[in-house]
Each structure stands twice: as structure tokens, then as C-alpha cells.
Design a protein around this ligand. Sequence first.
Ligand code: AMP
Ligand code: ZN
Length: 137
Amino acid sequence: MIPDCIFCQIIKGELPCAKVYEDDRIISFLDINPVNAGHTLVLPKTHYGTIFEMPEQEYMACTIACRKIAMAVFRGTSAAGLNLLQNNFRPAGQLIDHVHFHLIPRYPQDKFLHAWPGKPYHQGELERVVKKIRAEF
Ligand code: AMP
Ligand code: ZN
């Protein structure tokens, strides 16, 4: 537990939350600033900054819980779609440094479809990038 981490404080019961689900490893509650109503966060009770610090077993427990909770969010909000998102480090939009997954109910009229526009690779770039990534395994 990290004393000045908001999510650790929620886990300890020192701060309130709208709890959706809890087991021995995971807690899940509504995001206070939702993209759409029912936007839910899923996180391990143990403090890790990002997915890169998590032991595989812990990461697996989170992803299994995410799917289970996503089904409840999807049905409970009568959503037409659902995004499962997870941000690591500031450039990717991470604001709270306790790893967490976002479950966002989606609707045809919510107009967030093109938040991340794609762009084509330059000549030879795709080949260079795939080589660099493959070299990391
Ligand atoms: P991220 O940008 O991935 O770090 O997401 C952090 C999320 O936590 C944001 O969507 C915030 O709205 C949400 N958040 C911050 N404080 C709280 C809180 N006390 N209870 C619930 N959600 C929170
Ligand atoms: Zn924490």
C-alpha cells in the first residue's frame, strides 16, 4: 500500500467509492468522471504502477476479472458496445499511478469513435518497427 495513492486509500476504505465488485485480489468501482454512465475501473488490491510491474498471475487475475465485470457493466447499462482500456505512463494518459483498467459502456450516438485517428506508415517504416519489436522477446 502506498499512503498517498488515492486507489490504495479506496482499497483500505479510507476514501469512498461506488463499489461494483470485490474479491481477495481485485476491486472494481465506478469512475467518478465517467466517459459514459457506468464507466467502471478494475484494479488489483496490491499497488503496482503499470502493467509492466505486475507478476503474470496478478495480471491474469485482473484480465479475467475485467471480462467478468465487463459483462455485468454491458448488461447493467444496456450498452451497445464496450471499450476495455488501460493507460501506462503520462504520455498514454495515465493520471493515477495504481494500475487500473477502464470498462467504458458505449452507444452509437456517443461520437467517440475516432478519438485515435490512424495514419499510414512511411516507406520502410513498418519493416523497421516490426523488426525492433520482435527483437525484444
Ligand atoms: P487514468 O487516466 O487511466 O489514470 O484514469 C484515472 C481515472 O480515475 C480517471 O478516469 C478518473 O476520473 C478516475 N478517478 C480519479 N479519482 C477517482 C476516485 N476517487 N474514484 C473513482 N474514480 C476516480
Ligand atoms: Zn495504490
